[in-house]
Design a protein around this ligand. Sequence first.
Ligand code: ADE
Length: 351
Amino acid sequence: MGNQDPQKRTALDESRGAAVSKEVPHAEKTSPFINLRPTGLKEYIGQAEVVKTLSIAIEAALKRGEPLDHVLFHAPPGLGKTTLAHIIAAEMGVNITVTSGPALEKGGDLLGILTHLEEGNLLFIDEIHRLPRVVEEFLYPAMEDFAVDFIFDKGVHARSHRYRLERFALVGATTRAGLLSAPLRERFGIVRNLDFYSDEDLVRIAKRSAALLDVKIDTDGAYEIACRSRGTPRIVNRLLKRVRDFTQVRADGVIRKETAMEALELEGVDGKGLTVLDRKFLKTIIEFYKGGPVGIEAIAATLQEESDSLVDIVEPYLLKIGLLTRTSSGRKATEQAYRHLGFSIQHGLFK
Ligand code: ADE
């Protein structure tokens, strides 16, 4: 463990890139895979307080020669939970093992991973709120005492054996902090929420990614992509690639406001960054349920979507920008939502 060896970081990045380029049969010298994710804290744009907390914790752990405290990130998808886990490992100069709550079905699944961790390694568990209870219970002593308890036999013959683990750091990520059990949440030393990014930060991310993709972009073009990206870096990078295609085929190759607007309208992304599904969600509340309040299960049934994905993916940004409210009796579309979609508030009809 330690950050003295700068090669460690690049080795990590290269190994990720190589794994992808190996799968490309006629790969040229330069890999077509370009990693737009930042690989160090210094490159990371936005979430200033989280970055500061992490850099202090990492520096202190390295100074003491200890693993990092366990870290929990909660945020809607695409805001940087996984990226930060990889950055922590790179900054600590340790290996990272990646798994997810639903992938760990039995205690043995987790045990196999834990017993292979080396001193200081990072274990990243995505969707940690979906860990089965039996697996979660294995995690408690592992997090607290770096040990796991086996029970042999049953009834009066039951014997327990404690198996020591190497000291490791767990990074957990969840879209639903509220679904995490209290005993699990309490075992994390660092708990941080990642908020939606400001337009200014998203503009900087769009410009950084454009430079990595070797495409020219002006500030207005970057701004147009940023303000249609629902506060989310992953969406900036996805939309940037679509706008790049459009600009290279239909324009002069430089991303500007007009080409970005045209390309994104074609993608079904409107001026507030709402997608087809976002608009369908709001229209369902307005047209089918007279503006609400209506329960999420009713909306999900009408849309034929999973209620969990509506709660995780669609609702957070609509709540954030004030197009939706959540009351004890259900979801309601706001006046702003009616206006944005061109409905009259009195009649719920198109003007
Ligand atoms: N790409 C995706 N997320 C990013 C971030 N937070 N900073 C810089 N580049 C990014």
